[in-house]
Design a protein around this ligand. Structure first.
Ligand code: 13P
Length: 367
């Protein structure tokens, strides 16, 4: 019989576990996924550069208002939106806080809580992600302010000598620490150990590295007693390096991705929400569709949490002009619906918009 001095503690109350499980399950409910709109000030500036728009706080606010005021039917395909801290504090032009605008549509607001990628000393140009200081207090504020989930991104690089043991263990551990702090504060952590697409490596190499990185990740989450049913994984799809000369089909990518996930991710995890990682909008949708059509075992919902692959056509159609807001929102709706269909393997193709086929690859991408 378990005594009160048992070394096995209940780290979260049953009520908190229920709350986390419910949020996570809602986010990955049928035909829905996440819009990642948490670009830092510098990163959104790079997107604005492509349409010649200056990177002011008001322009960032106007752009986010465009996204969040898209027709209510967007909520049929988008269950959650990841915000940047500045956006969390901003409001629509009628004074309604963005958090409220999203909640009114039935969309769960989420928040990026990491403070960015920094060099990991003693490695060959590898990285870790900072932001643990004061994280619990920040999570408490975001929860109180209406957020239901959080995101923290780490990056791993493929080269002849990387990712190193040091980078894999450090990034897995910092993500686990973040995840447990989020859960204590009632936020569902999205765990994002992104294996970057930069490089000439083939599909098999990408698969082996992704498997290794995810194995480190789930060992660390277990070590930190993270409640897996109240987490989401945001991995890269397994694709060959951006500069690989060999070409692979969506079916090849689907097989490599599902195999890697099956070998490393416990079925208890609430869902998998892929990043788009520089794929074109159309490729990101076609590959998600192929993953969901893949006949192998798939114990979790497999959906999207796209930044670039949901916004490239939107930004292009908008061009920073009020007159184009409606057209830009149509682009968002089109891509969101296409990805919603892909999340259940029912995408028929042909939703390509203003930037549909264009590669969205950014070398050594930061968020
Ligand atoms: P992309 O879909 O643009 O890769 O970004 C998603 C994201 O949130 C990365 O952290």
């Amino acid at each position: 019989m378990a005594s009160s001095s048992s070394r096995f503690q209940q780290y979260l109350s049953p009520e908190k576990e229920d709350e986390l499980r419910k949020i996570a399950n809602t986010i990955v409910s049928k035909r829905r996924g996440i819009l990642a709109a948490d670009e830092s000030v510098a990163t959104i500036g790079k997107r604005f550069d492509t349409i010649g728009l200056t990177n002011t706080e008001e322009n960032r606010r106007k752009y986010r208002e465009l996204l969040f005021s898209t027709d209510n039917s967007i909520a049929d395909s988008i269950s959650g939106v990841i915000l940047f801290d500045e956006t969390f504090r901003q409001s629509a032009s009628d004074g309604t806080p963005f958090v409220k605008v999203l909640q009114n549509k039935g969309i769960i607001p989420g928040i990026k809580v990491d403070k960015g990628v920094v060099p990991l000393a003693g490695t060959l140009n590898e990285c870790t992600t900072q932001g643990l200081d004061g994280l619990s207090e920040r999570c408490a504020e975001y929860k109180k302010g209406g957020c239901g989930f959080a995101k923290w991104r780490c990056v791993l690089k493929i080269s002849d000598h990387t990712p190193s043991y040091q980078a894999m263990i450090e990034n897995a551990n910092v993500l686990a620490r973040y995840a447990s702090i989020c859960q204590q504060n009632g936020l569902v952590p999205i765990v994002e150990p992104e294996v970057l697409p930069d490089g000439t490596h083939d599909l098999q190499t990408a698969q082996r590295v992704t498997e290794e990185v995810l194995a480190f990740q789930y060992k660390a989450l277990a070590d930190h007693h993270v409640f897996l049913e109240g987490t989401l994984l945001k991995p890269n799809m397994v694709t060959a390096g951006q500069s690989c000369t060999k070409k692979y089909t969506s079916q090849d990518i689907a097989r490599a991705t599902v195999e890697a996930l099956n070998r490393t991710v416990p079925p208890a995890v609430a869902g998998i929400t892929f990043l788009s990682g520089g794929q074109s909008e159309e490729d990101a949708t076609l590959n998600l569709n192929a993953i969901n059509q893949y006949p192998g075992r798939k114990p979790w919902p497999l959906t999207f949490s796209y930044g670039r692959a949901l916004q490239a056509s939107v930004i292009k159609a908008w061009g920073g002009k009020d007159a184009n807001i409606k057209a830009a929102q149509e682009e968002l709706l089109k891509r969101a619906r296409a990805n919603g269909a892909a999340a259940v393997g029912e995408y028929q193709g042909g939703a390509a918009g203003a930037a549909g086929g264009q590669s969205l690859f950014v070398a050594n991408h930061s968020y």
